[in-house]
Design a protein around this ligand. Structure first.
Ligand code: ZN
Length: 288
């Protein structure tokens, strides 16, 4: 399959969390390490950013305006002028921070943590309910990463990067409970580490391969269906956007690459777009 084009030479340390905002037709994304939330306008090529004051793993749209965010110390609301921590988590866990997150079909925001030194099992996947109460849904996570829900809303897909694969859970839409964890896709070490994820309108699963230089598409049962190649190795996440939701936006990271590697992949940290045939789904909004 044809590759993706560089649309923004962002040189992000750790570009992540792409999210399409249909209201103003912009692609929101974060650079975790520089504590910034970005808004990219595909029409003008302009990228505006906001410093939120602490590392930010993911953001999601709220019902009215503004964003809910998974920041280092927990869950926060972001407005154009400032950030407010609304539900702290793990502040006592020195060195842990929030990573990837997404809103479920019922309007709850999920995000998980990881240890900055990658200590195994130090993280937790949390659920922020509409009443702003936090529930620990999965403990012993190492690098909490991509997540998304099936078309019928009854399966949650989840990536703990350190486990080298993609898992599925039965998901109870009513109360947000998880059960029956099982492995759907196993990734060989030489192919990279699974990272951020997005489902398309056919229910197929797309996820980024950190260290693997690509995004892969899988059937709901876990068969490889397509590969989108990137000119960078540290591919972090993907999301559908554009007027018809058929543009797959892909984020990447520059952090940790040697001068030699950067010479080979000068676009590392850039934002990419793959114009495909398949449409994605509009992101859910946080209803709290
Ligand atoms: Zn990630």
């Amino acid at each position: 399959m044809r590759g993706a084009e560089l649309v923004l030479d962002a040189r992000a340390a750790r570009g992540e969390g792409p999210l399409w905002d249909a209201r103003d037709q912009r692609l929101i994304w974060v650079d975790i390490d520089t504590s910034t939330v970005h808004r990219y306008d595909p029409l003008t090529g302009c990228d505006q950013w906001q410093d939120v004051g602490q590392p930010v793993g993911a953001v999601a749209l709220r019902a009215d305006a503004g964003l809910v965010a998974a920041v280092r110390d927990g869950f926060a609301f972001i407005k154009p002028s400032h950030m407010t921590l609304v539900a702290p988590v793990e502040i006592e866990e020195m060195g842990n921070r929030m990573n990837d997150g997404k809103v479920d079909p019922a309007g709850r925001f999920w995000a998980g943590t990881m240890a900055s030194d990658l200590k195994p099992g130090a993280g937790t996947l949390y659920r922020l309910d509409r009443n702003l109460r936090v529930h620990a849904m999965l403990r012993g996570v190492s690098i909490s990463n991509g997540l998304d829900w099936s078309l019928d809303g009854r399966t949650m897909y989840y990536i703990d990067s350190a486990t080298g694969g993609l898992d599925a859970f039965d998901y109870e839409p009513e109360d947000g409970a998880l059960s029956r964890r099982r492995r759907i896709v196993e990734i060989h070490e030489r192919d990279g580490v699974p990272d951020g994820m997005a489902l398309d309108a056919e229910g197929f699963i797309w996820f980024a391969l950190w260290g693997g230089g690509c995004v892969r598409r899988y059937t709901p049962s876990g068969s490889l269906a397509a590969v989108v190649e990137l000119p960078v190795s540290q591919v972090t996440s993907c999301a559908f956007g554009g007027p018809e939701l058929t543009d797959l936006y892909v984020t990447s990271a520059r952090a940790g690459l040697s001068a030699e590697q950067l010479a080979r992949e000068p676009a590392a940290g850039g934002l990419f777009r793959f114009k495909g045939q398949v449409a994605g789904r509009a992101p859910n909004r946080f209803l709290g």
